[in-house]
Design a protein around this ligand. Structure first.
Ligand code: SF4
Ligand code: SF4
Ligand code: SF4
Length: 259
């Protein structure tokens, strides 16, 4: 049984768009900045001079309670852990990109390594959690715009802040009901559409419908998966052959240099 243990509370009224969270994610995952698992949504400049304002908030995988990406993945490359974390296994991925189309938050992105595609998605810094730490983005944020803790505590804190400062926030906790509920909650001084957040309008995850479709048509799903896996493995094999040929080609020169 899934526990949905962890959660984020992200407060757009505290974010100063310094992007330290992006740098922390890049360092933690050892990827260039363009491939971080987190990005910034913002309102752009609003109002008229001198009464100008601008709000921003970081965005990453919401770790949905019933993740549509997991149900769309026919080879089990995306799985939900017992603690509710949605994790990606690149060794199983066949590059079909169904998860991209299934996610209402437009989270899974692809990085291309040679001709192979791997998805880019937050894993909630699982390695850091295993050592009793916090996700790198939350640990780094200088204004505590990103808070991390137990999911139920983060949701309670979201409502507490809205109730204590109703003039500061819109009366909506984004992520509580979107896509059937998630583990990342947002509060904001402006409507979330203005921040550029996806408006899902769904209180039930499409994962439910995906399961109905895939369970109803197992042969089709299996056929698609096998077909995609065949194409992907052929590309993988070709890449390996090319690498081996290149190595073979280079070897005599090295030998000659050594002699
Ligand atoms: S936000 Fe998208 S990628 Fe993340 S768990 Fe939900 S459906 Fe999957
Ligand atoms: S939890 Fe970790 S992987 Fe996810 S966005 Fe934050 S730093 Fe990146
Ligand atoms: S580190 Fe904190 S304040 Fe800076 S951009 Fe990220 S969420 Fe905003």
């Amino acid at each position: 049984m899934t526990e949905h243990k962890y959660g984020f509370l992200i407060d757009a009224s505290c974010c100063i768009d310094c992007r330290a969270c992006l740098v922390a994610c890049s360092v933690e995952n050892n990827v260039p900045m363009k491939n971080t698992r987190i990005w910034i949504h913002d309102t752009g400049v609003m109002g008229e001079y001198p009464n100008l304002s601008r709000y921003s908030a970081p965005f990453h995988c919401m770790h949905c309670v019933d993740p549509s990406c997991v149900s769309a993945c026919t080879v089990g490359a995306l799985q939900q852990s017992r603690e509710g974390i949605v994790i990606y296994d690149q060794d199983r991925c066949i590059g079909c990109r169904y998860c991209m189309y299934a996610c209402p938050f437009e989270v899974p992105n692809f990085e291309w390594q040679e001709r192979l595609a791997l998805i880019i998605k937050c894993d909630l810094c699982t390695a850091r959690l295993d050592e009793g730490g916090q996700p790198a983005c939350a640990a780094t944020c200088p204004t505590r715009a990103i808070q991390f803790g137990r999911r139920d505590e983060m949701l309670n804190l979201a409502y507490k802040r809205i109730q204590e400062n109703p003039q500061r926030y819109v009366a909506h906790v984004y992520g509580e009901h979107e896509n059937g509920g998630t583990s990342t909650f947002y509060i904001s001084p402006v409507p979330f559409e203005q921040l550029g957040f996806p408006v899902t309008g769904q209180t039930e995850s499409p994962a439910h419908f995906n399961r109905l479709v895939t369970h109803g048509t197992p042969t089709v799903a299996a056929g698609v998966a096998i077909g995609m896996a065949g194409i992907y493995l052929a590309i993988k094999r070709q890449a390996a052959d090319n690498a081996a040929a290149a190595a073979e080609h280079a070897r005599p020169e090295h030998k000659a240099e050594e002699e």
